[in-house]
Design a protein around this ligand. Sequence first.
Ligand code: LRH
Ligand code: MN
Ligand code: MN
Length: 431
Amino acid sequence: SAPFSISADFIADHNARLDGATTEDYHALERTLTRRGIDAEALVRKVTEFGVAIPTWGVGTGGTRFARFPGPGEPRNVFEKIDDCAVIHQLARATPAVSPHLPWDKVDDNAALREKAAAHGLAFDAVNSNTFQDQPGQALSYKFGSLSHTDKAVRDQAVAHNIESIEIGRKLGSKALTVWIADGSNFAGQSSLTKVLDRYIDAMREIVAALPADWRVFLEHKFFEPAFYSTVIPDWGTSFAAAQELGPKAYCLVDLGHHAPNVNIEQIVARLVRFKKLAGFHFNDSRYGDDDLDTGSVDPFRLFLVFNELIDAERRKAEGFAPAYMIDQSHNVTDPIESLMQSAIELQRAYAQALIVDRAALEAAQETNDALGAHLELKRAFTTDVSPLLAAARLRTGGAIAPIAAYRASGYRAQRAKERPAVAGTSAGIV
Ligand code: LRH
Ligand code: MN
Ligand code: MN
């Protein structure tokens, strides 16, 4: 029998019950924005055009090094992951793309995978390579590194995997490769801090040479974990310098969880825009490190400040500014579909709030050194509840006014649990 799906009628019924209150709230917000000289309709249009990619590894329950507690009806392969990504997009209308991870999402028939995604209105964003784990049957181990390994044969194997990832990405219609390596050291003196970077850049040069003309490569930095003494690409400075040496196809990807606590991430974003090297994002939130908590769940103000820089760049028509938006989260205690819908909405919220910053007033305050006045311009935008605007955007594009409530009422998870009996040993992500 055909797998369960949520019908357009079901969504229409859900919306019919909420439409009156939603429209009322929207008109109230519209009046507030009009007083500030902001066109609410234009904002709704901008929000409907906003899109962020879902990570395939995010639709399964994640885990920690201690345990993984799988939920019911987890996707068992990438085709089933696409079904879940489709529901996320159907209800929240903010996630028209999927970012796959290889070899986790390796299949025999990439054309069929691409077709299945397209049938749901989904495209493929950057493909992520994986040289941070050993795969069954793999000839050489990554225990002591991959692209920066001391042994050229290991580096060659890692380069070959990245080139294969590009080939697969090509078949899926992707236009970028994201490279994050776990390479680093756990002891002072374990490795030459200089040679590891030389080897990484040489290996990356081979990968860059294999990129199709219209492709980009995204270098993802991270300051610790799993290596705890040093990491080969620990920060945006190293990432930037490497991207510079690797040439015009190389850019720097910002994963929000990959910085030391309290680092000013929005400033890093502004710097990368300034140097025309911003690749895009892995969105998530954190309190301690690379927690991979849900986007906007801990510090929505920081997320807003990142978007404030992005909108500033967009308004200035900053040269070469074309960031790729992707989520990278691990869901341990929630239904991943709910978390991902909520995260996409939080991103739209930060985006909409950044759009309503009065840029002329902000600039005037900055130019006259009115510190608090400038800050209040940001706060005014950040404290504006744009929820009705986001709901209007969903309503107009066929989504659900309240995506999580609609999802719960649909019984989607229970249906999938029947269709997808748990397979022993199935790991839907990092464990
Ligand atoms: C590393 C990382 C990177 C990986 C993903 C699974 O911490 O952020 O993006 O590909 O997690
Ligand atoms: Mn990441
Ligand atoms: Mn991470």
